[in-house]
Design a protein around this ligand. Structure first.
Ligand code: MG
Ligand code: MG
Length: 268
């Protein structure tokens, strides 16, 4: 069942979303060759706890860490490790936090040093596919409209859209209804209404959309070994329109990036 949030609850959720956004902003400065994903995980846990929040993934379905860390051909759900990142890697960092009974859930794929131009393009297209999906998240539209927009944009660039993992409703639980696939047909699925909060998170592969899961029961990899990217925002429907609760602005401030991509989806 879809849990509709009041405006007050959405404001509480904004705080959780800002904590995960700030966490990724802090990590943005630290993602460089030589750092290990376990070191980044520890920094994230310390910051989240300093904000009076609890790491949202730690212990969830028995996941052992604060962050999901998925480099290169890993799609999502990778573990932090003591292997240092190297120049040219990409690393998807997915972060959850729980505060005041509500979750934030946010992901960004970072470049480690200088990455290949075709990899840079994968990141740009995946991030834009997220916004193409968010544009469709308005009252009266349906789940399939978001999935269609993401899939259409990614496939236009020749990329593969992962099917097995999807976005989701967000609230007092990390994963609520409805499921938000990154593929779909216009006009299909549940209808959006004011007060819905969802995490939209396209996982886009440079090559085939097919994936494998490692025997660890968690790590998802592309079947062809080509890179995969992942970006995730928390979005509420307010006054019929999509409103971002999370923001990449802390990442952009850390990296000196100027962007107006979120302007259309800010609270009035
Ligand atoms: Mg996430
Ligand atoms: Mg999520």
């Amino acid at each position: 069942m879809i849990q509709i949030k009041t405006l007050e609850e959405i404001e509480i959720m904004r705080e959780s979303a800002l904590i995960v956004s700030k966490t990724l902003g802090i990590l943005a400065k630290e993602v460089k060759p030589g750092v290990t994903t376990l070191q980044l995980d520890k920094m994230a846990e310390e910051y989240i706890r300093s904000e009076g929040a609890i790491p949202g993934f730690l212990g969830l379905y028995d996941f052992p860490n604060t962050l999901c860390m998925s480099p290169n051909a890993q799609v999502v759900h990778g573990f932090p490790t003591d292997v240092p990142l190297v120049e040219g890697d990409i690393i998807s960092i997915d972060c959850g936090a729980l505060k005041n009974g509500f979750y934030g859930d946010h992901a960004y794929t970072f470049e480690v040093g200088e990455v290949a131009p075709e990899t840079k393009k994968l990141l740009e297209v995946t991030k834009q596919s997220l916004y193409e999906g968010i544009k469709e998240l308005k009252a009266g539209n349906r789940v399939g409209d978001v999935g269609f927009a993401i899939q259409n944009y990614a496939e236009k660039h020749g990329y593969g859209v992962v099917r097995e993992l999807v976005g989701h409703g967000l609230g007092r639980k990390m994963h609520e209804d409805p499921e938000m696939p990154n593929y779909g047909k216009r006009g299909r699925g549940k209808k959006f209404v004011n007060g819905m909060v969802v995490a939209i998170e396209p996982m886009i592969n440079m090559g085939t959309h097919q994936i494998n899961q490692l025997k660890d029961g968690w790590t998802i990899l592309t079947r062809d070994g080509k890179p995969s990217a992942h970006f995730e925002h928390d979005v509420a429907i307010v006054n019929g329109k999509p409103e971002l609760l999370s923001t990449f602005q802390y990442i952009y401030d850390a990296l000196g990036i100027v962007s107006d991509e979120e302007d259309a989806f800010r609270a009035n």
